[in-house]
Design a protein around this ligand. Sequence first.
Ligand SMILES: Cc1cc2nc3c(=O)[nH]c(=O)nc-3n(C[C@H](O)[C@H](O)[C@H](O)COP(=O)(O)OP(=O)(O)OC[C@H]3O[C@@H](n4cnc5c(N)ncnc54)[C@H](O)[C@@H]3O)c2cc1C
Ligand SMILES: NC(=O)c1ccc[n+]([C@@H]2O[C@H](COP(=O)([O-])OP(=O)(O)OC[C@H]3O[C@@H](n4cnc5c(N)ncnc54)[C@H](OP(=O)(O)O)[C@@H]3O)[C@@H](O)[C@H]2O)c1
Length: 463
Amino acid sequence: MYAGAEEETVRGPGRVCLIGAGSSGIAAAKALHERGISFDCFERSDRVGGNWVFNNSNGTSAAYRELFINTSRPRMEYSDFPMPADYPDFPHHSQIAAYFDEYVDHFGFRDRISFQTGVASATRDEGGAWTVELETGETRSYEDLIVANGHHWNPRWPEPAFPGSEDFAGEQMHAHSYIENSIFAGKRVVVLGMGNSAMDIAVESSYVAESTYLAARQGVWIVPKYIFGKPVDQLRNDPRVPFKVRQRFTQALLRAYAGPPERHGLPKPNHRFGEAHPTVSGRILDRIQHGTIIPKPNIAALEGGTVRFEDGTVVEADIVVYCTGYKITFPFFDEQLISAPENHIELFRRVFHTDYPNVQFIGLLQPLGAVMPLAEAQGSWVGDYLLGDYALPSAAEIRSDIEADQRAMRERYVASKRHTIQVDFDDYLYELAKERRAGAVRARAAGYLPPALCRRSAATTAS
Ligand SMILES: Cc1cc2nc3c(=O)[nH]c(=O)nc-3n(C[C@H](O)[C@H](O)[C@H](O)COP(=O)(O)OP(=O)(O)OC[C@H]3O[C@@H](n4cnc5c(N)ncnc54)[C@H](O)[C@@H]3O)c2cc1C
Ligand SMILES: NC(=O)c1ccc[n+]([C@@H]2O[C@H](COP(=O)([O-])OP(=O)(O)OC[C@H]3O[C@@H](n4cnc5c(N)ncnc54)[C@H](OP(=O)(O)O)[C@@H]3O)[C@@H](O)[C@H]2O)c1
């Protein structure tokens, strides 16, 4: 018997460990809590909210002083807990962090979270039990492990580093450590990247820097925050309409709104809309057209105090900001057991590990849309699974589902380490709801047997 099994609830899902109480972890915690599942949630920080806590004591938040969400409030809020009505469409990080705090108190599971308690390691024994070692030195045993440690905290620097970067006379930093634009005052700044960090940081720099250059190795479609007076992500997006049709419509809208990106001196996208993670900015085109941000191709080399770009132009630079994305990392797993080399990790519908169904991942996706409602749906799905109300398909079906998904992602998206866990918000929720209905039928046929009980009876039979 696993340590702690005597504390199980009536339906016997076994004890569950949940790593992380960011917006994904608390969504999973709420799902377990409302189902009466026995779980411990460990959070390294002294509060919930993860990335949205500015200056978070966990040391891993990427939030900067002027960070506002770029997915609108109705898209981002959990389905059963609206954000306060007086919040703007795109609230500040402090409002978002407060909202997560209120969520935990509203549903009453704060006491299930152990704060300032990092998980140092999680190992799996042959019978499938997880041994979790805490940073306090304590060790505990669990039947199921849910991972919600976030994937925007471990900076990816340019790989390989640019020639001359080791001798560059100025400062080089990653977007992850950016806090406020006072560091750019009077400086010559080069910002690298075409994602949302690059747009935000270039815009912020453009107000105080002597000069701001925005360098990119490939173009993207830039989505404004509003079209037709509505936040763009609130325009109707019906998953039953073929993607190609929706793509053509959105691309036509973007062209009508601002023309193609090359019209503003940015690189011409080598793809159609929806084939790269969208870059949302209501301000970047203005700042370029005011002459306060100068687009450039990729960096070729750093040379003393200058940056040379791939078109041969050279500028003097005091600071280079690499907005080059993040690595998916699980420091508590042995890399041989579970890892995401080059940001690749194959999971059934981005949640269930193919080799070890008693580890699930929440929020490990990159949606065209907000993460939170998807993490909420994933948490509730896992809750049903742990109770035996949902049963997974066969291993062969899972494998073919993952292969089809990987193929579709490869065919659709521009090749990049940032396009390994993409999903479309509405499509993901729609398909997941279908899968949950199918799994409920399987569960009924199997007698609603919780997976922990199946594992235990298999272990008893084997011995
Ligand atoms: C600058 C920036 C802006 C963004 N803006 C948006 C946006 O507008 N809309 C949107 O939907 N998404 C946005 N994102 C994506 C972002 O990842 C999500 O909003 C959200 O933070 C994901 O929540 P999470 O809980 O998965 O991860 P996190 O917020 O990273 O939370 C992970 C939690 O796990 C804890 N943890 C990690 N490891 C351990 C351990 N070993 N032991 C114990 N605890 C641990 C951490 O302390 C943290 O509290 C943004 C990302 C960045 C970087
Ligand atoms: N306001 C907001 O809400 C806000 C602000 C910031 C970030 N975010 C979110 O945070 C997450 C991370 O965004 P991000 O912008 O930090 O990272 P990102 O989306 O991964 O973008 C990284 C960018 O860097 C480029 N890049 C990577 N390596 C490079 C190299 N070696 N040389 C040249 N270019 C390179 C990528 O180009 P390729 O495409 O060619 O790989 C891409 O343009 C996203 O979910 C984003 O939406 C939100």
